[in-house]
Design a protein around this ligand. Structure first.
Ligand SMILES: [Zn+2]
Length: 509
């Protein structure tokens, strides 16, 4: 007697097939062969809250990225890359739209962009591609949902979360408006021995889920990776599902995959738990900052837990890369590795979404893996998240969209050199979307100088506060030059205020 649905079929159906089952051969078979002569697929991988300052490839003393170090030998490695903001909404919107938060107005927590960018974004720029996206992060999910008309397959967040019935529902029924699915969903929940539409199936699903979590929990002694409001997830699940989908969908495609780790809570896997416990690393002591809210004595511990979580991201990225390479996907695909913003453990700050924009909060990794490229390259010029959209458009043979604020990155720009320009980072989390920015923190980086401009904060009454650092001479931002190099500070501030005025022009009352 044959079983109508076996465990493997079910796991596959529900997108929970462990990686060991998703063999390269399966992916090969399912995949559409690459089009000759066109390296047109794009995959963007975002690890959330991932500071460039904690990555060994960029000079961090702890070896947090052994796999990436190995793979990046073939990558373009951008060493001075800045996020558009200091937390998910401004950071992710910058990457996706190619404009800064003061333009898209996605400056607040869980923000959307102004309507104009609903279709003007990375998905809208790749209309001839199959567009697929996923995120664990709810605030990034808000943006992806806003862009849904330009996305062919928006994988529901719940699909790659563990332990909720909603995951099963979402994976089996994608259309919310399907009333039959709603009633099916209701009936699938077994409550107090109540009626279930299919007792058989609902029991199977429940047992499978429980079994899975029971098996997985011991692998994460600090708790399952989570976005804080769910029951957890694993990157292994995400890798398995995404590589399987990428082997199945039509080409060319563009995939945007935004994972929560190494964002807090720092729940690394067993393999990396305490990996840096006795390594003797002592971070540089820095003075408590004016904007620090509380004395944080556990910064070295938090930093270590974060660094150990990065090891988990590094391992999974390595595995993801190896699968994509083995299955031939990378032969025809531009792979981008980056983040939405950084994370800080100094000056009595821990985390991100803070008023002081020191380097660890806004400097993020950027690596571009070009199809067929065997030798790496280091780019030390200052670059911004706004540059990714124009660069990807350019390298895949498209016109750079007229709305994009960034430039085509070296080595892909014809000039080979980024034009002389300033990079901006925008924090205006307390400003209403359609109001002028009267309270916030803005950063302008021009050549070796970085200007911090704080205004409207209770801590900075009057004209606000300006800090100036020479990043070449003082990468740790220890010597404020604002009072020493007054002319440079004034010139940079003037330029910054002009840019702000332009961005705010539509919102002046
Ligand atoms: Zn984030």
């Amino acid at each position: 007697m044959s079983t109508p649905i076996n465990r493997r079929d079910f796991l596959k159906l529900a997108g929970m097939l462990p990686l060991s089952f998703a063999t390269p051969r399966l992916l090969r078979t399912l995949g559409t062969p690459p089009q000759q002569g066109h390296s047109r697929n794009v995959i963007v991988i975002v690890f959330d809250a991932w500071s460039a300052l904690n990555i060994s490839l960029y000079g961090y003393q702890r070896n947090t990225t052994p796999n990436i170090n190995r793979l990046a030998k073939r990558a373009i490695r951008y060493h001075n890359h800045y996020a558009g903001g200091d937390f998910t909404s401004p950071g992710t919107s910058t990457l996706l739209t190619g404009v800064l938060p003061w333009t898209s107005r996605a400056m607040q927590g869980n923000a959307e962009v102004v309507d104009y960018y609903e279709t003007r974004n990375i998905f809208g720029a790749f209309k001839d591609h199959y567009r697929i996206a996923y995120t664990h992060n709810k605030w990034a999910g808000t943006l992806l949902r806003q862009f849904q008309s330009e996305i062919d397959e928006l994988i529901p967040t719940e699909k790659l979360l563990l332990g909720s019935y909603d995951k099963i529902i979402a994976s089996l029924f994608r259309k919310d408006e399907d009333l039959s699915s709603v009633s099916w969903a209701r009936n699938m929940r077994i409550k107090d021995g109540g009626y279930a539409y299919s007792l058989f199936l609902s029991h199977i699903y429940k047992a499978l889920q429980e079994e899975k979590i029971k098996d997985i929990e011991p692998l994460f002694p600090r708790g399952l990776p989570t976005n804080s409001s769910d029951n957890g997830f694993t990157l292994e699940d995400a890798t398995a599902y995404i590589t399987e989908r990428l082997g199945s969908i039509s080409q060319p495609f563009i995939g945007y995959f935004h994972f929560m780790p190494p964002h807090y809570p720092y729940h690394t896997s067993k393999e990396f738990t305490d990996a840096f416990l006795h390594d003797g690393y002592i971070p540089l002591e820095k003075p408590r900052d004016l904007f620090a809210r509380e004395e944080d004595k556990n910064l070295p511990l938090k930093r270590r837990l974060y660094d150990e979580y990065i090891l988990y991201c590094d391992k999974e990225f390595g595995r993801l890369y190896d699968i994509l390479e083995r299955t031939g996907v990378l032969d025809n695909t531009w792979l981008i590795l980056t983040s939405d913003h950084g994370e800080i453990f100094e000056r009595a700050f821990s985390g991100h979404n803070i008023d002081a924009l020191y380097e660890p909060v806004i400097r993020i990794p950027l690596m571009i893996f070009e199809p067929g490229r065997e030798t790496g390259m280091d780019v030390h010029q200052t670059t911004s998240a706004v540059d990714i959209l124009p660069t990807l458009a350019h390298v895949t043979g498209k016109e750079v969209p007229e709305w994009a604020e960034g430039v085509i990155l070296p080595p892909y720009s014809a000039a080979q050199q980024i034009p002389d320009r300033s990079i901006h980072v925008v924090r205006a989390a307390k400003v209403k979307k359609y109001d002028p920015i009267t309270i916030g923190t803005l950063i302008q980086v021009r050549e070796n100088y970085k200007l911090h401009y704080y205004f409207g904060h209770p801590e900075t009454p009057g004209d606000g506060l300006v800090r100036l650092f020479d990043l070449n001479a003082d990468p740790e931002e220890m010597n404020d030059l604002a009072a020493v190099k007054r002319e440079t500070a004034a010139e940079l501030l003037n330029e910054l205020k002009t840019s702000l005025k332009q961005a705010d022009a539509p919102y002046q009352k």
